[in-house]
Design a protein around this ligand. Structure first.
Ligand SMILES: CC(C)(COP(=O)(O)OP(=O)(O)OC[C@H]1O[C@@H](n2cnc3c(N)ncnc32)[C@H](O)[C@@H]1OP(=O)(O)O)[C@@H](O)C(=O)NCCC(=O)NCCS
Length: 158
């Protein structure tokens, strides 16, 4: 898609009209996708904070991140970048926008779960200071019927 340079992206708040794109990208990225309705419901929860990365010229959405706040803690529910836009810094841009937005809402501790084999995601989270605080063996059911351990990561952001 961008063979010679990193994509220009703008990051903005995620709205319910991004749900169709997000459901499609989520289903393409994970063994168990979320429907458009599920994503709309999440977005309507108070304390749900989402960001979308958009290619400015085409206005095509390239990725999104969704988090749920509860008092001074929040959980990243999901983050995904379109396959043809990965490894170009879009995931980092999303977190660089999402984290200050959460801090502005009073969040101090940010949690997430990640498959222990997801090296790309682990590298990304490592850059943002996440460290392991627990494990859930057998948490993920993979498309081939096997299971994988979830690592619980935490970062102090405020
Ligand atoms: C995880 C994901 C969101 C990262 O988004 P991205 O836009 O590809 O990430 P970035 O380009 O910002 O990369 C962040 C860091 O990850 C690492 N990285 C990215 N792609 C990599 C790859 N294919 N192999 C190894 N490391 C990689 C790099 O260290 C990069 O930092 P760098 O600047 O030093 O190169 C994206 O790969 C994705 O959507 N994956 C599928 C869904 C998923 O697994 N989500 C996480 C669930 S917990």
């Amino acid at each position: 898609m961008w063979p010679f340079e990193k994509p220009q992206v703008t990051i903005g708040p995620m709205r319910s009209d991004h749900a169709a794109f997000a459901a499609k990208l989520h289903s393409a990225s994970f063994a168990h996708g979320w429907s458009e309705d599920e994503i709309r419901r999440m977005l309507s929860n108070s304390g749900c904070v989402g960001c979308v990365a958009v290619e400015p010229k085409s206005r095509k959405p390239l990725g999104f991140v969704l988090a749920q706040c509860a008092a001074d803690e929040a959980e990243i529910l999901t983050i995904a970048v379109a396959a043809n836009a990965r490894k170009l810094g879009v995931g980092q841009r999303l977190l660089r926008h999402e984290i200050p937005t959460l801090v502005a809402k009073g969040v101090r501790s940010l949690f997430l779960e990640v498959d222990r084999n997801n090296q790309v995601a682990l590298k990304l989270y490592n850059k943002f200071g996440f460290t392991e605080v627990g494990q859930r063996p057998g948490y993920y059911r993979l498309a081939d019927g096997t299971t994988a351990t979830a690592l619980i990561l935490r970062a102090t952001i405020g």
